[in-house]
Design a protein. Structure first.
Length: 134
């Protein structure tokens, strides 16, 4: 990925994880998707949050419209913001409707220990901590 400059958001988050962990940051890696039990075209997104000076930051590279570092007071505020932006993207591209927001679930997941395929990736990230607010 460093040589080609190409990688999914999943790939980029793992590269980001390496840097942030090496530099002793507290981080959270989050996967969001529209959780339904049928084949669909809903987008997914993976992103990294890091903590500095009692604030949480969304470090974004893959989601082109939001590339950069965004500050939040807490983790939930950051997750809610990314979910809103993901929904707006899906609605703008005629993939989802506003009422589909209730379908979006966020999972905090652990570091990948080996190279895995897409199905294994989905299984890994969705077996993490479900952060959906009831």
């Amino acid at each position: 990925m460093l040589k080609s400059g190409i990688g999914t958001c999943w790939d980029q988050v793992e590269l980001e994880r390496l840097w942030f962990e090496k530099n002793n940051y507290e981080i959270k890696t989050i996967f969001i998707w529209f959780e339904v039990n049928y084949e669909n075209n809903y987008p997914t997104h993976t992103f990294l949050l890091f903590k500095k000076d009692n604030k949480w930051y969304w470090f974004e590279h893959a989601f082109e419209s939001y590339k950069g570092i965004h500050q939040f007071d807490n983790i939930q505020e950051a997750i809610d913001y990314v979910i809103t932006k993901q929904l707006e993207y899906a609605v703008k591209n005629n993939i989802a409707k506003l009422e589909d927001k209730k379908l979006i679930v966020a999972y905090e997941y652990t570091k990948l220990e080996k190279t895995i395929g897409v199905d294994e990736y989905f299984k890994h990230v969705t077996s993490g901590i479900n952060l959906k607010k009831e």
